[in-house]
Design a protein around this ligand. Structure first.
Ligand code: FAD
Length: 255
């Protein structure tokens, strides 16, 4: 894990409330694996005091890319940064996806698409294994701006929208089911809790291995504050920052 001052390269608006932030962060970019996250300070000052967790969306040639939605004060501040601004960064943190030698089905819902572009790149580097990717959102405006970057890493990209305005009309789990993944394949998913619960249930019935990246509010990102504790199967707790954010779906209770 590194503490690095990163420099804003550029900010790209993708929809009314989503953005991509390109950062010069050579240390973290060189070490990060898909599914890991960073704690980003939103100002060099003290307001807000706490850094915010963001999955690494992509990393290449010393550049780190975040994909974020404005939901509150910190992310609103992030949407106003300027090229050349410097921000404190800690990472890479947590456990990422474990790449398995099997056909891969990658499923992202909403802002949960964030960690999946780097995963798509890593999966594309494997030999002789197909990768299908589902990007799901409420409407075309949410998923269409992401399509080009994912097309770079797969020939099998499915956009799915709740309102049917682009691609498959239906939810992420229904789009996954329509691809008919065989047992022996692996599903990698990130998105809202109900989506992950539906996908975990689908995979259990089909005997498909499933890794999920989950979110939980956290203050420190390294196991000190214990704010990100979640119940574990069989009792006790896991901590999303240290034990995750990527888990085997069978390790978490879904009801
Ligand atoms: C491991 C991890 C990875 C993440 N990756 C991304 C990412 O790639 N892109 C992205 O946009 N967001 C991501 N998040 C969520 C992101 O950290 C929060 O949206 C952000 O901290 C909100 O900060 P804020 O100051 O704008 O909002 P605040 O003012 O702190 O909160 C505004 C509202 O958002 C809610 N909120 C805050 N944090 C979360 C959270 N973690 N989950 C659900 N609701 C929350 C609050 O309850 C409140 O209702 C991730 C979270 C975790 C734990």
């Amino acid at each position: 894990m590194l503490q690095e001052t990163c420099r804003v390269i550029r900010l790209e608006r993708l929809s009314t409330d989503t953005w991509r932030l390109f950062l010069a962060a050579p240390g973290v970019a060189a070490r990060v694996q898909a599914g890991q996250f960073v704690m980003l300070g939103l100002t060099a000052g003290y307001d807000p005091l706490l850094r915010r967790p963001f999955s690494v969306h992509f990393a290449e040639d010393g550049e780190l890319v975040l994909y974020f939605r404005v939901v509150g004060k910190g992310t609103a501040m992030l949407a106003t940064v300027k090229p050349g601004d410097e921000l404190p960064l800690l990472g890479p943190l947590g456990n990422g996806f474990i790449l398995m030698p099997a056909p891969a089905f990658v499923v992202g819902g909403g802002i949960g698409v964030a960690p999946l572009l780097l995963l798509a790149k890593e999966l594309a580097g494997r030999d002789n294994q197909a990768t299908a990717i589902v990007l799901a959102g409420r409407a075309a405006a949410e998923v269409a701006p992401l399509a080009d970057s994912f097309h770079r890493w797969t020939d099998n990209l499915v956009l799915a929208t709740d309102d049917g305005s682009s691609g498959f009309a239906g939810r992420a789990d229904e789009a996954l089911s329509s691809l008919n993944p065989a047992s022996g394949s692996v599903v990698y998913a990130c998105g809202p809790q109900p989506m992950l619960a539906a996908i975990a249930s689908f995979c259990r019935k089909k005997r498909i291995k499933c890794q999920v990246s989950v979110e939980s509010a956290m203050a420190c990102g390294m196991g000190a504050c214990l704010g990100c504790a979640r119940p574990a199967i069989g009792g006790g707790y896991v901590h999303v920052c240290l034990d995750g954010p990527v888990f085997d779906a069978e390790a978490l209770p879904w009801d």
